[in-house]
Ligand binder design. Sequence first.
Ligand code: NAD
Ligand code: UDP
Ligand code: UDP
Length: 319
Amino acid sequence: MQNYSIRKRILVTGGAGFLGSHLCERLLKEGQDVLCVDNFFTGTKDNIIHLIDNNHFEILRHDITFPLYVEVDEIYNLACPASPIHYQYDPVQTTKTSVHGAINMLGLAKRINAKIMQASTSEVYGDPQIHPQTEKYCGHVNPIGSRACYDEGKRCAETLFFDYHRQHNLRIKVARIFNTYGSRMHPNDGRVVSNFIVQALQNQPITVYGDGSQTRSFCYVDDLIEGFIRLMNTPDDFTGPVNLGNPGEFTILELAEKVIAMTHSSSQIEFKPLPGDDPKQRQPDITLAQQALNWTVKVKLEQGLEKTIAYFRQLLNKT
Ligand code: NAD
Ligand code: UDP
Ligand code: UDP
């Protein structure tokens, strides 16, 4: 159907989650019409409550493993639990969300000729054997491990995106997101940044899994959302996959020490067993994003942690 408004109509699946809520907010600020679709598995209305009075914002409770018939110009497909404890809670549903969800969103994009972006992940590289990871690296994933429902689901979703592109000429964009943090992460989400900050603010033990020598590279949410918008606006012949993340690499032990120092916490570090298939190191090579999107990261870990700590301090004081 013809869209007579100059606003773009944009569907954000997983819009009530951590990244989705920041994306909805940013798109509304840019003057777009936003449809947030979420089944509230890990997302919450609290993340988007401040957007509800905006007439250009709509929420639909819906599970993307079921078909969806709406009319939009662009789709950002973010729906999927991202934290290991949540995606391993119901692993079959996780694979369904990635695979059936991708098929439905691609079918929708095909019917209405919408541009569609997939929130893929650095997990497609698994426990990488090359460092840092470039987009050409095909990955090292255990197909039957406890992370496989997420990793292989996301890998299959990428396959579907590229096959819909080749077979049906769909305009696709694939972002491989590396560990991102910031406000609106769920306090019980289980991911390392939120866990450490919540533990430190409550002067509880900081749970470091393994010996803490494994590394991650942490991207602040605002930098990532800027990358999403730039990726969606690239010319149609640019599909990605493109890495989006902060190349600053830290050991988990370094992160724990930083969080303790920044929160002036009396927490002690407590070592716990390393979960199965936990990748030993991870760092994005962002050369492609720099060239194709003219994008780079602006927020250093300390600056991002400062803001995230302030967010959790306020949240914990409320409860
Ligand atoms: P999140 O768990 O906060 O958000 C996911 C959202 O999707 C939630 O609101 C959840 O309720 C919703 N959802 C889950 N299954 C659904 C379904 N079947 N139908 C409809 N909604 C569903 O996680 P996030 O960190 O905001 O991640 C968003 C996306 O980005 C995910 O696809 C994730 O895989 C990807 N990603 C995130 C990171 C990160 O560091 N945050 C890294 C790599 C990839
Ligand atoms: N689909 C949807 N919304 C639409 C169009 C399609 O959810 O507007 C779903 C539908 O469930 C379908 C899937 O997307 O099964 C894939 O659609 P496609 O047209 O690629 O394949 P087919 O309809 O032949 O299964
Ligand atoms: N981790 C940790 N303590 C925690 C939570 C996570 O040491 O309380 C470790 C985890 O084992 C992994 C890293 O921190 O090595 C990042 O974990 P997260 O779940 O945030 O993301 P992912 O493993 O998916 O990159």
